[in-house]
Design a protein around this ligand. Structure first.
Ligand code: ADP
Length: 192
């Protein structure tokens, strides 16, 4: 960074912004199979935080893959680059004091560790939406499981690509809870 443009002693700090917003920046990272409920729960959580007067930013496959990562595919190299950019963007929001809610399948320990290391472990809350494959497949919200079963889509997580369950998530959500219950449990755990 050019210190003539950004003199480090004068630049506003994260703490200044958190004070302005009266909140702490944090990343709430949802992981789980496609159709597990990550986005549905995240949307409900964001609305609840909004009601409390808290500023949030929701990032998911739709707004990221159609924008900043539109040039990336699903090769191993591209998946790593995808997550690296997502985590770097998340970090910028978090350092601005914003509660950043990220919804990405993030199927492997490697991918979640990359995200956690970039964002910083103190700012990273991992929420595992542990909905069984059978239920996700039955929901088939986007029709992707049917396409994966017929071979139209290759390397689909849960069908012909692995999902490694997180060993030690901050919060684990099961499909037997209602969306409201999930939101309540997350809020109770992270104490925003
Ligand atoms: P993901 O973001 O993990 O791919 P979505 O949120 O897009 O999943 O889809 C999950 C689907 O499951 C939605 O249609 C949602 O309405 C439904 N659903 C049913 N019960 C629940 C629940 N308890 N929690 C979250 N989603 C649920």
């Amino acid at each position: 960074m050019n210190s003539k443009i950004f003199p480090t002693d004068k630049i506003l700090q994260r703490a200044d912004k958190e004070q302005l917003l009266k909140q702490k920046g944090i990343a709430i990272w949802f992981t789980g199979l496609s159709g597990a409920g990550k986005t549905t729960i995240a949307i409900a959580l964001e609305r609840e935080l909004y009601k409390k007067g808290l500023l949030t930013q929701l990032l998911d496959g739709d707004n990221i893959r159609s924008g900043i990562n539109s040039n990336l595919g699903f090769s191993d190299v591209d998946r790593i680059e995808n997550i690296r950019r997502i985590a770097e963007v998340t970090k910028l929001f978090v350092e601005c004091g914003i509660i950043t809610i990220c919804c990405f399948i993030s199927p492997t320990d490697e991918i979640r560790t990359i995200a956690k290391n970039i964002i910083g472990k103190n700012d990273f809350v991992e929420v595992f939406v542990n909905t069984p494959l059978e239920i996700c497949e039955k929901r088939d919200v986007k029709g992707l499981y049917a396409k994966a079963r017929s071979g139209e889509i290759k390397d689909f997580t849960g069908i012909d690509a692995p999902f490694e369950k997180p060993e030690n998530p901050t919060i684990e959500i099961t499909d037997t809870w209602s969306i409201e219950e999930c939101v309540k449990k997350i809020l109770a755990k992270i104490n925003l």
